[in-house]
Write a protein that binds this ligand. Structure first.
Ligand code: DND
Ligand code: ATP
Ligand code: GLN
Length: 586
């Protein structure tokens, strides 16, 4: 039988903040202390832990790159000074071995790097540069980074460990294939992998495929938290070469997974073969766990069911947007309808009802039940509730500038926007825009009216899912013996903008059961007219909806960011020209 050695590995699922180098370094120190207390040999943090992810065009600032390089070196010294010098600390950071690529004259082999550092005994012992750079969806890494071509293999307590960064695990070939040729026992993969619905279902089979490709155990660590439009869900994993899940972290919460891995002791360094990357070897002296040590296992957390997962993603995105941007309180219009009710419930979960200001702003078209439902929600959740009737302001405006029809409808929405921005300026609340993805898609909102706001918590949630989430949150409250936050009437009544007499959403839009699947196919699936019809959608509805979506591009460009939960969100994911003569013709 081959000799083995037991490594105690810790995966630190932390919540870094972009640009906060000192705060992020402090996280490394704090979680390393916990790993040390647990007796770990190695503690691994996420991709770009030190800078936050994604840093976008900060990569082009030499001052920022220099600060990251200096901070990783000083972090190594601080870890040593704190008594953790013997612990192998693995962290993501931004490095550069040349200037950013600005023209075709730039050196293709040098430039900014999405980097991983192995810190040991006060030094940056090893640096690895990410090989596969994602350049699709929300990622633009070819814009920023140069790909690394050296796989770093580090011998720790007799076990050869290869280090990789995020996208390296998403593609066959490259570092994992090279790791197999190097005969490693463990591949560590550090991630900043943004959440989208069902990604956890893709992640586990992916990690299994790479473990098989490398012929080694894989330890996958992902960050948690919100960063503008992105939310990170953690879901860190350890999978052995045979595909067995040894450990799995909870989603959306900071945690430390500590697990003992019994791995083959490395033999002689194999002769280098033909490979996509060269291999560099380093040995770090570390004692293996004594055979007498009580084995430690991290446990396998169950991934959340779909609606629970989306709820946590939205709460995480909102909480971190508020907190990381220096706000404490939020304000929005509470109409008694389902969208603002859902935003209210999310906000109460995210920042606490004591920090939530809901404003009822009735007009002459507001129904009695809308006001009652809004008041009832605030009573149930305990958030602040203000009532600011808008009619006197609307009347004063039209007394000077007479408006009718759609212009008058939109004026009401804009007066509400004005009130919310006034309250924001005066009291420092962040304004939340309560539009859903179906509305953003079809342009069913008033520019500078209900679309005002700094953050749009349900921007990527289709209307049918809005209903699903509201029902789920109420049921969750019942399961926990709490009062359901959203009044039943808000969920069951037909949606209405209440901007004119007896107005219903269905006056302007197809029913949501028909509309949402077309929006999903056109927006998320990039399907053209023929493909949508072939998928079973009514040609007249397809023509109507694609036209609405195309015409609303200018509106979407002027709206607040919101958390991505779908395969394609408006903003980072879906980028279309505003000035655009292409139409999906019959
Ligand atoms: N290409 C372009 N680039 C830049 N700006 C452009 C533009 N085309 C028009 N515009 C501007 O946009 C204006 C039209 O947009 P906008 O003022 O928003 O008005 P509009 O889209 O015409 O009307 C708003 C619609 O949203 C509905 N709504 C409003 C409020 C709440 C809800 C709800 O249920 O949640 C629904 C309302 O019933 C109505 O159907 C134009 O007057 C023009 O100023
Ligand atoms: N009477 C009102 N009081 C306070 N805010 C309102 C009122 N009416 C509309 N709003 C604000 O404008 C947004 C657009 O709401 P509107 O009622 O026009 O459509 P909706 O899409 O059905 O939204 P909701 O389901 O929240 O009512 C609401 O989410 C809310 O923030
Ligand atoms: N930061 C990355 O390299 C992430 C890319 C990868 N495809 C993911 O979504 O997880």
């Amino acid at each position: 039988m081959a000799a083995t050695s037991t490594l105690r590995i810790a995966l630190a699922q932390t919540n870094p903040t972009v640009g906060d180098l000192d705060g992020n370094a402090r996280q490394v120190l704090e979680w390393t202390a916990k790993a040390a207390e647990a007796g770990a040999h190695v503690v691994a943090f996420g991709e770009m832990q030190l800078t936050g992810y994604p840093v976008e065009d900060l990569v082009f600032r030499e001052s920022f790159v220099a600060a990251s390089r200096e901070r990783v070196a000083s972090l190594a010294r601080e870890l040593d000074a704190a008594g953790f010098g013997e612990l192998v600390v693995v962290t993501g950071y931004l490095d550069a071995d040349g200037p950013a690529r600005m023209s075709s004259d730039s050196d293709p082999d040098r430039g900014p790097r999405d980097a991983l550092a192995v810190l040991h005994r006060g030094e940056v012992a090893v640096r690895y540069f990410k090989h596969h750079l994602p350049n699709y969806g929300v990622f633009d890494e070819d814009r920023y980074f140069v790909s690394g071509n050296v796989l770093q293999v580090v011998r720790i307590a007799g076990v050869d460990v290869a280090f990789t960064v995020c996208e390296d695990i998403w593609q066959a070939g490259g570092p994992f294939a090279v790791a197999r040729s190097a005969g490693v026992g463990l591949v560590v993969n550090i991630n900043a992998s943004p959440y989208e619905l069902n990604k956890d279902d893709v992640r586990l089979p992916l990690v299994r495929r790479r473990a098989a490709e490398a012929g080694a155990t894989v330890a996958y660590v992902n960050i948690v938290g919100g960063q503008d439009e992105l939310v990170f869900d953690g879901d860190s994993l350890i999978v052995d070469a045979g595909g067995e899940v040894l450990a799995r972290g909870p989603q959306f919460v900071e945690t430390l997974l500590v697990h003992d891995l019994t791995l083959p002791v490395a033999g002689d360094v194999p002769a280098p073969g033909e490979a996509e990357m060269t291999i560099a070897h380093t040995t770090l002296s570390a004692e293996a766990l004594p055979a007498s040590a009580e084995p430690v296992t991290a446990g396998v957390a169950e991934p959340l069911p779909d609606l629970a997962e989306v709820w946590h993603a939205l709460v995480t995105g909102l909480r971190d947007y508020v907190g990381k941007n220096g706000f404490r309180t939020v304000v929005f219009g509470l109409s008694g309808g389902i969208d603002s009710a859902l935003v209210a419930a999310l906000a109460c979960d995210a920042v606490g009802p004591q920090n939530v200001y809901a404003v009822s702003m009735p007009s002459r078209y507001s129904s009695g039940h809308s006001r009652d439902d809004a008041a009832e929600l605030s009573k149930r959740t305990g958030c602040h509730y203000l009532s600011e009737p808008i009619q006197p302001i609307v009347d004063t405006f039209t007394g000077q500038i007479p408006l009718d029809g759609l212009a008058l409808e939109n004026l009401q929405s804009r007066v509400r926007g004005l009130i919310l921005m006034g309250l924001s300026n005066q009291y420092g609340h962040l304004v939340l825009a309560p539009g859903n993805k179906t509305e953003y898609a079809t342009g069913y909102s008033t520019l500078y009216g209900d679309s005002v706001g700094g953050y749009a918590p349900i921007k990527d949630v289709l209307k049918l899912m809005v209903f699903g989430l509201a029902t789920w949150r109420n049921e969750e409250a019942v399961r926990n013996g709490e009062v359901p936050p959203i009044p039943e009437n808000t969920i069951v009544k037909p949606p209405s903008a209440e901007l004119r007499e007896d107005q219903m959403d269905t006056d302007s839009l197809p029913p949501y059961e028909i509309l949402d699947p077309v929006v999903e196919g056109y927006v998320d699936g990039d399907m053209g007219r023929e493909a949508l019809i072939a998928a079973g959608h009514d040609p007249a509805v397809v023509d109507r909806v694609t036209k609405l979506v195309d015409r609303a591009e200018y509106k979407r460009r002027q709206t607040a960011p919101g958390p991505k939960i779908s395969v394609k969100n408006f903003g980072r994911d879906r980028r279309l020209p505003i000035t655009n003569k292409w139409v999906e013709k019959a």
